[in-house]
Design a protein around this ligand. Sequence first.
Ligand SMILES: Cc1cc2nc3c(=O)[nH]c(=O)nc-3n(C[C@H](O)[C@H](O)[C@H](O)COP(=O)(O)OP(=O)(O)OC[C@H]3O[C@@H](n4cnc5c(N)ncnc54)[C@H](O)[C@@H]3O)c2cc1C
Length: 285
Amino acid sequence: MIIGDFYGRGTPVFSFEFFPPKTEAAADDLLATAAELQELHQPDFISVTYGAGGSTRARTLELVSHIQNSLRIPTMAHLACLGHTRDEIAEIAGRLVSSGIVNILALRGDVPKEGLPADGEFRHATELIEFLRERFDVGLGAACYPEMHPQAVNPDEDLRWTQRKTELGARFLITQLFFDNNDYFAYVARARAAGIAAPIVPGIMPITNVAQIERFTKMCGASIPKALHARLDRHRDDSAAVMAIGLEHAITQCRELLARGAPGLHFYTLNKSLSTRVILSAIKS
Ligand SMILES: Cc1cc2nc3c(=O)[nH]c(=O)nc-3n(C[C@H](O)[C@H](O)[C@H](O)COP(=O)(O)OP(=O)(O)OC[C@H]3O[C@@H](n4cnc5c(N)ncnc54)[C@H](O)[C@@H]3O)c2cc1C
């Protein structure tokens, strides 16, 4: 099952992203969360992020193969190439494929504070896509940035590299989180004008904690609209109020995205199911 094909079927594709847990107990919780989401909302696919450390990397492999082979949900493994040699990437991709995982989100990964690793043989996701395309029979997706990647020279240059990712074989693009749909629709219009035909899937992060979302947006170069931020800020120490504001915003955002033709929604779940379940129930009702 190649995930790129799902976007051509004419109904919205719903996907959930998890990160590999650090402990066995957290891994059990996560599998319970995935099973719960599956029972209630039948995700089209689940994706599992690629961690920076060796032990979380091993867990990515365990988790993707368990979700796909035991829970029977199509699963996509994220793979970040920065710091890896070609042999390492070939080994990881080979292990994924032999576990039955045939969908990979091909990424660069973030540059560590101490700078680019000396022994890495990849500099960009474009190189990873090309490498995987030539050697493995897998379906590929890639990342894109409605508000521009924070290290990009300028928006046009960023879009040019994104286009290159699709030319090299990424069948769909998943966006960085964003909170203003105008950013998404303007980006899609620019991408189409630049010749990018691939589905551009909105990445949705339900806000549940103000300090956390401030940290995330600062790190990834996304913005929180002023009015939303002011509202959140007034209730920053009231977790129930923050959750309610976050849900209200995400539901409005998701309804409009689907109504105006987004090919699906990719939820950054942060390994929790509650917000995603509430949002999906609201938009499906
Ligand atoms: C949906 C999604 C999922 C993610 N999952 C993970 C994950 O699981 N693990 C993880 O570590 N990180 C993950 N990230 C974060 C991601 O690794 C970072 O955003 C990273 O800084 C850039 O990754 P990229 O694949 O977009 O890189 P690239 O496509 O390489 O882009 C990075 C920068 O380089 C420029 N560029 C691109 N190609 C070239 C080129 N060939 N030559 C020169 N410049 C170029 C771009 O304009 C951009 O500014 C995810 C991000 C998204 C949006």
